[in-house]
Structures are given as structure tokens and as C-alpha cells.
Design a protein around this ligand. Sequence first.
Ligand code: ATR
Length: 273
Amino acid sequence: MGHPVGHSRSPLIHGYWLRALGLPGAYLREDVTPADFPAFVAALRERGYVGGNCTVPHKEAAFRLADVTTDRARAVGAVNTLWFEDGRLSGDNTDGIGFLAHLSASQPGWETVTGTVVILGAGGAARGIVAALLAAGVDRVVIANRTPGRAEDLAQLFGKRASACDWTALPTVLPAADLLINTTSLGMQGQPPLDLDIAPLGRDAIVADIVYVPLDTPLLAQARRRGHRTTDGLGMLLHQAVPGFERWFGRRPVVTQELRDIIVRDIERPKAP
Ligand code: ATR
């Protein structure tokens, strides 16, 4: 459920797993306006659904509509995964753990070398990622955002280990970063580029981007040229889908290279004019 939702690759991901596991089922896109969303969710079961995902702009509304929510969803105030449990509509937020699962898969041992994380952006995605990083035990998260007040509000939610910094102060903050994460939409196809010189970063810092269209964002390309290890945004999309599939269909699916290749091909496929 999203609005718009045509760009979503989730049907490809869940369709792949349904086929791979030989399960009868389907995962469909539903374009639902914000005004229609509460009624749509209330009738989810009558429509034949065992649950679903919600994306922009429904994640906060889904959080309010769920009868039961996980700690993770409450930490973020947003829900991206809905399912029925004991007859009640349950909500989780898997964005943050999806990001971490991909980070662990692409940068094994990252947690042993990561003390300080610098986060660019303070929106919904940043919130889930900050919560997951702090739960995973990083020492310090510094948040920089175009609108400084949002970074400050976000940092306050998470107590002493989180702080906000001005975007203009990034050159002085980056040298301490073990991990730099872009959670803004900058660098995404159709959006302005992320204009940030990462020269002040230490040589061993890992650079991650949650933007996955294009897969190789200007930030990641710059980081690679400078010799940094990089983590792209596609893995987060694949890994955040795992818990939902398991709840709906009772089997834990695996993020394979073949699945990744299918999504990469779809992203890189020229669009019809
Ligand atoms: P999401 O749920 O995907 O995080 P969001 O809540 O709209 O989406 O947040 C988008 C993030 O990208 C925000 O940090 C936003 O900065 P603001 O809080 O200042 O709006 C950031 N962002 C989007 N467009 C931007 C731009 N042109 N320049 C700088 N930051 C931008």
C-alpha cells in the first residue's frame, strides 16, 4: 500500500520468494490515497490479505491503526509491515533491521570497528536506522540535516548517544566517523545530487547510501574512488522484506544473489517512453 506505488519493487521480491519456496500466494501493489487508507486497512482481511507492507505516505497512519506494535515500530513511530496475529492487526518497522542486516552481510564485523556514525538526513528512514544502530550498540550517532530542527528533534528522541550537528559543520565531524550513511533522497534519480566532499573522512570509514536508484550513487562512486568500503541501498530494500514474508507465509526467505540480480536488472531496464 502506497501512494504512488507503481515504482515499488516489493512485488518482484516477494514474487521471487513465493516461487522459490513453491508457495501459493501473491503480493500485489495497492495504490491507496491517504483518505482511503483507514478503510482499506480495516477491510484488509475481507480483501483476502494476510497482511502487507505500507510505504510513503502511510507509515505513520499504519502505526496509529495497528492494534499491536513492536518495540521497533514504537521507537520509530511508523509501521512498514502489517500482519494479523491472534485476530489483531500487528505492526512492525523493519527498515532499520533491514539496513543492519545488509550492513552485516556486506561489511562483516562492521560493529567491531564502528564507534561513531554520521547520519545525513532526519526523516523516517533516518529514524529507523538510528534506532537500529543504537540498539546494535554503536557508541555515538551524529545527525546532520538540511533543516537543523528536525535533526535536533530526532537526536533528542534517543538520548545521550545521539546528537545533531549543522550541515556546515560536517567537515569537522567527518574525521571522527567510522560509518557515514546517507538517508536523504539526495542523489536519487530526479533529485539534486548530494553535494558533500568526503575528503575529511578517515581512510577506514565505511560509506553507505540508502538510495538505490541509481544503484551506484554519486556518493558511493566518490567513496569508492577514495578507497572506502561502500554499502549500497538495494540490500536494505531486500532485507527489510524478510520479516514480513516470514510472518505472512510462515517461511523465512533468503536474500540471494539471484534475487539481487533480478532487481538490479529491473532498476537498470530502460523505461518505456
Ligand atoms: P524518508 O521517510 O524517506 O526519510 P522524509 O521523511 O521526507 O523521507 O525525509 C527526507 C530526508 O531527505 C530529510 O532529511 C530531508 O531534509 P529536510 O528535513 O530538511 O527536509 C532530506 N532532503 C530531501 N530533499 C533534500 C534536499 N534537496 N536537500 C537536502 N536534504 C533533502
